[in-house]
Write a protein that binds this ligand. Structure first.
Ligand code: SAM
Length: 279
């Protein structure tokens, strides 16, 4: 496929291993006139390594609107731009979304390239069998807010995917264990594609001790993956509540209606069962 110019190319870069970049990404980086980078000093040596001699402009969290106007100006002048972040895919727990949205609104093509993303790399090696996952990214740093977010996620039937930095890993794992069931599986994917890469899987309730047993296990960048909340057996729950209500003297219709409201078990089945239990 021949590339289209001028356009804004969204270009994922390696998480660590310099070999993890596509040929297409290298070709684009060599052809664009500008690279909008989250941190120009960080990206400059990486871009040189791939033979990219484009000029750099800063596009980070605090100047995204201004950077978008700069990028639109270059596109208007017929010059293509590549958007990169420090590592991985722009706009995934990183700046980029606002810039992309402004550029598209200004009528220019935004062309995404596939490439490294820590969440996807971790999922591929986590061995969790859930068909669905929820990517959350970074939890709030404050304990109260973090616990509140986790309570909201606790019963979802999806694997949960978080990003975490080394200085918060111990606290975050403790917070996960305090709110989610300790029997759920936690996968700690650390330093992916780097020298000390490790993927460790254990019961959530055992993870805190495992981390504390060796300070090296707390170093580096982490993706945390938690298996889905165990399915609630509504029918078994319904029967248990129904029996309690009938024993307390409620009528068949009252007990089955309340048991349905409390547990979500089927109303008709509960009514039939209540009749059987009474009769
Ligand atoms: N945009 C990036 C992506 O596509 O994955 C994510 C950027 S976010 C600012 C940085 C976080 O991504 C880290 O704190 C960590 O949670 C995760 N991460 C990045 N590189 C990683 C790696 N090599 N191993 C494990 N996690 C990594």
């Amino acid at each position: 496929m021949t590339e289209e110019f001028p356009a804004l190319y969204v270009v994922p870069t390696p998480l660590g291993h310099l070999g993890d970049i596509s040929q297409r990404a290298i070709d684009v980086l060599r052809q664009v006139s500008w690279v909008a980078a989250e941190d120009t000093r960080h990206s400059a040596p990486l871009l040189r390594h791939y033979g990219c001699n484009a000029r750099l402009l800063a596009a980070h969290q605090h100047n995204e609107e201004g950077a978008a106007q700069q990028v639109i100006g270059h596109l208007a002048a017929g010059e293509s731009v590549a958007l990169v972040v420090d590592a991985g895919t722009p706009a995934v727990s990183d700046p980029g979304a606002r810039l992309v949205s402004r550029v598209r609104a200004a009528g220019y093509r935004v062309i995404p390239l596939p490439g490294p993303c820590a969440a996807v790399v971790a999922l591929s090696a986590a061995g969790l069998s859930e068909a669905h996952f929820l990517f959350y990214g970074f939890l709030p740093a404050k304990a109260g807010q973090r616990a509140e977010v986790l309570r909201g996620l606790a019963n979802l039937p999806y694997a949960l995917v978080f990003y975490e930095a080394p200085h918060r890993i111990v606290d975050t794992v403790a917070a996960l264990a305090a709110v989610l069931q300790p029997t759920r599986t936690l996968v700690l994917a650390r330093e992916l594609t780097k020298l000390f890469e490790s993927v460790h899987s254990c019961a959530l309730g055992d993870a805190h001790d495992w981390l504390l047993a060796d300070a090296n296990r707390q170093r580096g960048e982490f993706v945390l993956l938690v298996s889905a909340a165990p399915a609630v057996d509504n029918d078994a729950d319904g029967e248990r509540v129904l029996k309690l209500l009938l024993t307390d003297g409620l009528s068949v219709s009252q007990a089955s209606r309340l048991a349905h409201a409390i547990t979500g078990a089927g109303k008709h089945a509960l009514y039939q069962q209540a009749l059987r239990l009474k009769g």
